[in-house]
Ligand binder design. Structure first.
Ligand code: CA
Length: 222
């Protein structure tokens, strides 16, 4: 569990990230202005800061500059519009550890957070999830079934990761859609069903059970 400061002025994105972080076992705090961000980042003991660039008062670059200027070494992941990636790369020289172009998928943000937290603590959790004879290596991004490596596309991998984090638990289409495809994805899309189909072909059809009108569940039996 990590204490994570979210600096984001769009309430929809702030709540999307907060919910996801809480579900992943972290303790998120969200603020919507640069000034609040500086106060929080410098006074409270956060393990990581997720920092939006476009804020209503001072921008994220200035927040970062003030943090680093005050000696804060807290890892910072910048959120930025895709069109401003060039500016952001310049921002990285200002002391950010990573950046994430918007729109982004939660699993992708979570992977980067994990990586940053891990490099802070100097290793430790190697990030291998195991459910029965399924094994998923988060760092190498490989999956084995009964010891045999299988090839998965990026979304298939992320979908399997979402299931393996919650074995024997029903996950709704909406949960899977927001975790794997992102907050801006059409909720009426059938992409989850399509990808569950792909995944079943690769890991074995019986492992992912359809729960009628609710969603899907990764079973640890059979
Ligand atoms: Ca913004």
């Amino acid at each position: 569990m990590a204490n994570i400061l979210i600096v984001e002025d769009e309430p929809g994105i702030a709540s999307f990230v907060s919910k996801g972080l809480r579900a992943a076992g972290h303790q998120p705090t969200a603020v919507g202005t640069g000034r609040e961000a500086i106060n929080h980042a410098l006074t409270d003991g956060y393990d990581l800061v997720i920092l939006d660039i476009g804020l209503p008062d001072i921008d994220g670059f200035e927040v970062l500059e003030r943090m680093r200027g005050s000696g804060s070494k807290t890892p910072v992941i910048i959120l930025t519009a895709r069109a401003s990636v060039d500016d952001t790369v310049a921002g990285l020289e200002g002391g950010a550890d990573d950046y994430m172009p918007k729109p982004f998928r939660f699993e992708e943000l979570l992977a980067r957070i994990r990586l940053r937290l891990r490099s802070e603590t100097g290793g430790g959790d190697l990030g291998v999830l195991s459910v029965g004879d399924l094994s998923l290596d988060l760092r190498a991004r490989t999956v084995t079934v009964g010891g045999e490596v299988i090839e998965l596309a990026a979304r298939e991998f992320e979908l399997l990761e979402a299931f393996m984090r919650h074995p024997d638990q029903v996950l709704s289409r909406e949960q899977l859609l927001s975790r794997v495809w992102g907050y801006d994805f059409d909720p009426d899309s059938n992409v989850v069903d399509v990808y569950v189909g792909y995944l079943r072909k690769k890991v074995g059809a019986g492992r992912i059970v359809t729960v009628w009108r609710v969603g899907y569940r990764l079973t640890t039996r059979g």
